[in-house]
Design a protein around this ligand. Structure first.
Ligand code: UDP
Length: 328
């Protein structure tokens, strides 16, 4: 029988790519999503359960109906800027939702849990190469809420035997290379889709948030990873849990940082068009540079990212931007 995996946030950008990777690996992804920011159209590889993590009864019902072997937990609020303006919402929804989910797993005996954490748990660390051992010091409510869930997992693991893998994502970008799914947020806040909107004339210009950071060209440096590679890491993490390899924490990036200006330059090369740019102020909560070591993911997980060049990430995002997109 095909093993089911409950994917919270499976209708969202990263969750949908994970569902495709799970299906390809022989699992049946059951998406649990409130469709607040996700798209029913993006759920293509298994059933959609429309439910909210803040409603414990709906979580219990989904687990009871589908008896998943594992949970992949993507559903969360994930915008740094918004988290600075409305921290209460981030603490309530992210931490409260994860707590309901973990309590439901503990009660129902779901013993395998893969969690989407973030490089935002590190805060600003003077440009050092971040590893899984680097002390976490979040500087925004988004990062704080994700760190709280990491700690929750540690405690639920010890008390209830919930084996877990934590992935700390760096900057996820690109779209499905086969063009089936891609990034679509309302409102969009991420650099690459906003930049491509400006290239396509869908918005007047890209605003560069600050040029006075202590980085080589003054703009923020980030470590961009292709969403399809990131999704594949989740399959490997899940398979490791099911094979009894125990808990793990992994940074998912490429080990190479690119500044906002470098991303803009790469876009010019890929699209053959100029990016209209205006220089703006810093955005609250942004760290100057976030780049990780990939050593552990490559060696312990056997991760083999094939798509994470800046050129392919921008190229796949550009191809997706030419498509009609999701409607529901
Ligand atoms: N950024 C920018 N202009 C934008 C959006 C983002 O200059 O309109 C910068 C932002 O300051 C950050 C980088 O691009 O340094 C990546 O931001 P994004 O929101 O894509 O991801 P984050 O790093 O916040 O997860």
């Amino acid at each position: 029988m095909v093993e089911k995996v409950l994917v919270t946030g499976g209708a969202g950008y990263i969750g949908a790519h994970a569902c495709k990777a799970l299906a390809r690996a022989g699992f049946l992804p059951v998406t649990f999503d409130n469709l607040a920011t996700g798209w029913a159209d993006a759920v293509k590889w298994g059933p959609l359960v429309r439910g909210d993590l803040m409603d414990r009864a709906s979580v219990d019902a989904a687990i009871a109906e589908h008896c998943p072997v594992a949970v992949l937990h993507f559903a969360a609020l994930s915008l740094v800027g918004e988290s600075m303006q409305d921290p209460a919402r981030y603490w309530r929804v992210n931490v409260g939702g994860a707590l309901n989910l973990l309590e439901a797993c503990a009660k129902a005996g779901v013993r395998n849990f893969v969690f989407s954490s973030t490089c935002a748990t590190y805060g600003d660390q003077d440009g050092v190469l971040l590893t899984e051992e680097t002390p976490q010091r979040p500087i925004n409510a988004y990062g704080g809420s994700k760190l709280a869930i990491e700690l929750m997992l540690r405690d639920f693991g010890a008390a209830h035997g919930i084996n877990h893998v934590i992935f700390r994502y760096f900057n996820v970008a690109g779209a499905d290379p086969e063009g089936e799914i891609g990034e679509q947020h309302h409102p969009e806040t991420h650099l690459i889709p906003l930049m491509l909107d400006a290239v396509a004339g869908k918005r007047p210009a890209l605003t560069v948030f600050g040029t006075d950071y202590p980085t080589p060209d003054g703009t923020c440096v980030r470590d961009y990873v292709h969403v399809t590679d990131l999704a594949q890491a989740h399959v490997l993490g899940l398979q490791g849990l099911l094979a009894g390899r125990g808990n793990g924490v992994f940074c998912l990036g490429t080990g190479r940082g690119f500044s906002v200006r470098e991303v803009i330059e790469a876009s010019r090369m890929v699209t053959n068009r100029e990016v209209p740019v205006v220089i703006g102020d810093r955005r609250a909560g942004d760290a100057a540079a976030l780049v990780c070591s990939t050593t552990r993911a490559l060696t312990d997980l056997g991760w083999d990212p094939q798509h994470s060049t800046l050129r392919q990430m921008i190229g796949d995002a550009w191809a997706w931007a030419q498509k009609p997109g999701f409607t529901s």
